[in-house]
Design a protein around this ligand. Structure first.
Ligand code: NAP
Length: 262
């Protein structure tokens, strides 16, 4: 899984969304993140189609929404997602939240079937606590490849990161820019100045140092490029420590259907 991907939540205007995906792929991105709930799978698929990149070279992930998590809905809605995206397989399919119709045996049983049919290559979960993750690992026949959670310098997710590492599960950071707020954090701006970079780039470089994949959402070519260029920012131990020591905490995504233990 490429460690820097493009997020697409709230990239709602279809032509703008298509253009962002196409721009990112032609710049070198090879990982695109969408979800049934974003309502933009068709626009994302169109961007993949228009880009001068082979489908096989793109790591494409989508997510099944919480009202589609019983067996038949998982299967049907995944096929619909694939049709909208214009693809005949998905690299990664996530359970968006362990909420709503989520039932470990039934939901993961359907995900296992999709793997066996060759429609999805990997099973992912999102917004899973260590307890949810442990239960999913024990329940699914196939490995749980990744847990996608909010993570950025203001929400370092130490416990989840350690648990994922111990259990061989990739961690994917959503809202890796704290939805833009990393730009206002002094420590990040200080480290950025040292590297002739931006606070956004430093946040993405810090996630990479932690072994975590990041999927910043960006719409304009300028932002898409700025984030891509974070790959050239190399933090040293002192920088990482300074960021680890930030004592401000902020969680951006906390809907009422989030797990109690959140
Ligand atoms: P984010 O990536 O932390 O921040 C996106 C915001 O930062 C947008 O306003 C964007 O503006 C701006 N931005 C991007 N690059 C920038 C740059 N280089 N300089 C300045 N501003 C920049 O927030 P997010 O969209 O919440 O999270 C990223 C992705 O994670 C989502 O799009 C989605 O794919 C996924 N996600 C998943 C879940 C889940 O439950 N699994 C929840 C939330 C998000 P522009 O759009 O104007 O460029």
């Amino acid at each position: 899984m490429p460690m820097l991907g493009l997020g697409t939540w709230q990239n709602d205007d279809p032509s703008e969304c298509t253009e962002s995906v196409k721009t990112a792929l032609e710049m070198g991105y090879r990982h695109i993140d969408t979800a049934q709930a974003y309502g933009n799978e068709e626009a994302v698929g169109e961007g993949i189609e228009q880009a001068d990149v082979d489908r096989e070279d793109v790591f494409l992930a989508t997510k099944v929404w919480i009202d589609q998590l019983n067996h038949d809905d998982v299967v049907e809605s995944t096929k619909e997602s694939m049709e909208k995206l214009g693809v005949d397989y998905l690299d990664l399919l996530y359970i968006h939240w362990p909420s709503g119709d989520y039932d470990p045996e039934e939901t993961l049983g359907a995900f296992d079937e999709l793997v066996e049919e060759g429609l999805i290559e990997r099973i992912g979960v999102s917004n899973f606590t260590p307890d949810h993750l442990e239960e999913a690992i024990e329940t699914a026949e196939n490995p749980i490849f990744a847990n996608q959670v909010e993570m950025h310098p203001l929400l370092p997710q130490e416990e989840l990161r350690e648990f994922a590492e111990e259990n061989d599960v990739e961690l994917v950071a959503y809202s890796p820019l704290a939805r833009g707020d990393v730009m206002d954090v002094d420590v990040l701006n200080d480290v950025a100045e040292k590297h002739d970079a931006s606070a956004v780039q430093v946040s993405l470089a810090w996630l990479r140092e932690k072994g975590v994949t990041a999927i910043p959402k960006a719409t304009s070519e300028e932002h898409i490029r700025d984030n891509w260029e974070s790959l050239a920012v190399d933090l040293d131990e002192e920088d990482v420590q300074a960021i680890d020591d930030i004592d401000e905490t902020d969680r951006k995504v906390n809907p009422d259907f989030a797990p109690d233990a959140w």
